[in-house]
Design a protein around this ligand. Structure first.
Ligand SMILES: [Zn+2]
Length: 303
């Protein structure tokens, strides 16, 4: 499951994980791995860092010294020995992480070293999930006032007993991470891939672009969903569809919309960049309808 760059913050992963969304921070894993390598795996880190500095001095001015360390201009990153030396001295950790790590290391070890570092880093992080959710809803539903703590609670309650794949599709929706041409800043920004612009071709309406803010209310997409999966209301509010309005929301309509959209983008690909005719849109909608029915059937009787 791909997410657009920076869809989820490092801090918000803590809240997601605590609420049954099994995500891990790659950044935390990398830092913990570096700390473990510096302290347990690679010997003589400090001595090797000094040797590298000396080698830079020997070859001066080919490699110029910067602040007495070997980072010549043009290098992308410092040598690995320096990175490990910094890790060993906890130079890359925040003050609270340094304290937590020192306390954990002084205590009898209950966890393997890397897990210990991982726990220390995670425990010191501050969750910014609600701020992130607010920012995403400002884009997806501009002008819509939402009680963020309650919406967040409703989301996690609604997803509590949902299969992992469905959880991820809803989270991907809530954080505005569908693979639309707008979200991925593609060279050509597409119109709504189901042809909403052809309904009112003389109106310049940016909300009919290929972006999630439109698909949350796209009449053509939701008609396809409703044909495949009967909904209690014909056009539920996007907050309801994203499982943010009630604690017992049904995630399946939004999961279907997610599947249908990405199947259309994947199968139609570049052909969507050439403004399709009405006939072409009819084909797209017919094909999306078949995808929707097959997906709805598999969701009714999962393996
Ligand atoms: Zn549309």
């Amino acid at each position: 499951m791909h997410l657009a760059t920076n869809s989820i913050t490092h801090g918000s992963i803590i809240t997601l994980k605590a609420n049954g969304i099994p995500m891990r921070s790659l950044l935390t894993d990398l830092r913990a791995s570096m700390l473990r390598a510096a302290s347990c795996t690679i010997c003589r880190v400090e001595a090797n860092a000094l040797k590298i500095d000396q080698a830079a001095i020997d070859f001066y001015p080919i490699a110029q010294l910067y602040n007495n360390t070997c980072i010549p201009p043009g290098w992308d990153s410092p040598p690995i020995a320096h990175t490990l030396r910094d890790a060993l001295s906890l130079a890359s950790c925040s003050p609270s992480e340094v304290t937590a790590i020192q306390v954990a290391l002084a205590a009898p070890k209950a966890h393997p070293t890397q897990k210990l570092y991982n726990l220390c880093i995670v425990e010191c992080a501050t969750s910014d999930w609600e701020l992130l959710l607010q920012r995403r809803l400002d884009v997806l539903l501009p002008g819509c006032s939402v009680n963020i703590p309650r919406a967040s609670r409703n989301l996690f309650d609604s997803l509590a007993h949902t299969p992992l794949s469905q959880k991820m599709m809803i989270i991907r929706t809530v954080v505005n991470s569908w693979a639309t041409s707008c979200r991925y800043h593609e060279k050509i920004i597409l119109d709504c891939v189901y042809g909403c612009n052809n309904d009112h071709p003389f109106l310049a309406d940016t909300l009919k672009r290929d972006e999630l803010a439109h698909y949350l209310v796209c009449p053509r997409l939701w008609k396809i969903v409703a044909h495949a999966y009967p909904m209690q209301q014909p056009r539920p509010h996007p907050l309801h569809l994203m499982c943010l309005r009630f604690a017992d929301s049904d995630p399946i309509p939004m999961v279907l919309a997610h599947i249908i959209y990405h199947s259309t983008r994947h199968s139609r690909g570049p052909s969507l960049a050439i403004k399709p005719s009405n006939k072409h849109y009819d084909d797209i909608i017919t094909s999306a309808g078949k995808t929707a029915k097959a997906a709805a059937k598999s969701l009714y009787s999962p393996d």
